[in-house]
Design a protein. Structure first.
Lengths: 194, 134
């Protein structure tokens, strides 16, 4: 019935989460699985635009009865939001990588939109869909740029080498609480060598 | 419990239409339940109470959604089938630990329960009115 890592398990874990910390942990675990599916299906999703990729993630979350939605905004930013009981809210800014200015915008969006960090509403994600080579170098370069250009950001977790993500925090201007952002890249290069 | 607000909220979500239908049917089945009756709602209760329910996973998915979304109206719990068929309610922590480890210590006699997965059942309770989000 559970603890075997199946989607049934994940659904039950979500149902029985006892705290926001646990909800976040379960959600990030599930998202990692979703991202892996995009990587594994990269041959078939090469022509998918950002909306389609983000909708695919939302659909996977919804299949686990997670209240996830996709919002398409101007400028090609695609948001994924997850809401849950006890006022839980998580948001992801997602884009197919084509340069670093979007990443700057995405970071600014998450920083400003969630200028009001509150308990259960203090985590977000920058999701980089990457169809080029060497995704590891891209996320590392983003990491370096972020810290070069922005003050007041703290590196909370560096998992670039093994898991292609890092986590930052900054102080919310309105509440003084920390807001955490996981920056993650999803390798989607399909370039079969014959 | 007045569930009109819940129905309105559900209809405004963007969940799968099939799931939405089951969520609405479950919500209808909860209408008018008093606190006592609403404190122990088994899976069988929902199977018998929801009209036109087709076999499949949608009922569990709907119960999951109604227990976890922003305007949740249910709390999820679990019980252990007792030796005489009586339900032995598990604390949320006990069930939670069991879900993580696969090990269940019998709440009454302290013994490790063999094959707990086959003996634990879900049940639900209505969230109290003061905890409902408007």
């Amino acid at each position: 019935m559970m603890h075997n890592g199946t989607s049934f398990d994940n659904g039950l874990a979500w149902m029985f989460a006892q705290s926001h910390e646990e909800r976040l942990s379960i959600l990030e675990n599930i998202l990692t699985g979703c991202y892996q599916k995009l990587t594994d299906g990269r041959k078939d999703n090469q022509k998918h635009n950002e909306d389609a990729l983000s909708i695919a993630i939302v659909n996977m979350l919804q299949m686990l009865s997670i209240d996830a939605e996709h919002d398409r905004k101007k400028g090609g930013h695609c948001d994924i939001t997850v809401r849950a009981r006890e006022n839980f809210l998580w948001i992801g800014e997602a884009k197919i990588h084509s340069g670093y200015s979007w990443l700057e915008d995405g970071f600014a969006q998450l920083s400003k939109r969630y200028g009001l960090s509150q308990y259960g509403r203090d985590h977000g994600e920058i999701i980089i869909y990457h169809r080029g080579r060497n995704s590891g170098a891209i996320i590392l370069k983003w990491h370096d740029r972020l810290f070069e250009k922005h003050e007041g950001i703290t590196l909370e977790e560096d998992c670039i080498k093994d898991h292609m993500f890092f986590r930052t925090s900054h102080s919310c201007r309105a509440t003084g609480r920390k807001f955490f952002i996981r920056h993650i890249i999803i390798p989607m290069l399909h370039d079969p060598e014959k | 419990m007045n569930l009109d607000h819940t129905r309105t909220i559900l209809k405004s979500t963007r969940i799968n239409p099939d799931l939405l239908d089951v969520c609405l049917d479950v919500t209808n089945a909860l209408e008018g339940l008093d606190e006592e009756r609403g404190s122990f709602l088994t899976y069988s209760f929902f199977v018998n109470s929801v009209d036109n329910l087709k076999p499949g996973e949608k009922l569990l998915a709907a119960l999951n959604f109604l227990s976890t979304f922003e305007y949740a109206i249910l709390d999820a719990h679990a019980y252990l089938d007792g030796d005489r068929g009586e339900p032995i309610i598990l604390s949320d922590k006990t069930f939670h630990d069991m879900a993580k480890t696969g090990i269940l210590v019998h709440p009454d006699d302290g013994e490790i329960v063999k094959d707990p997965m086959s003996k634990v059942r879900l049940f639900f309770s209505l969230r109290s009115e003061e905890n409902l989000v408007e």
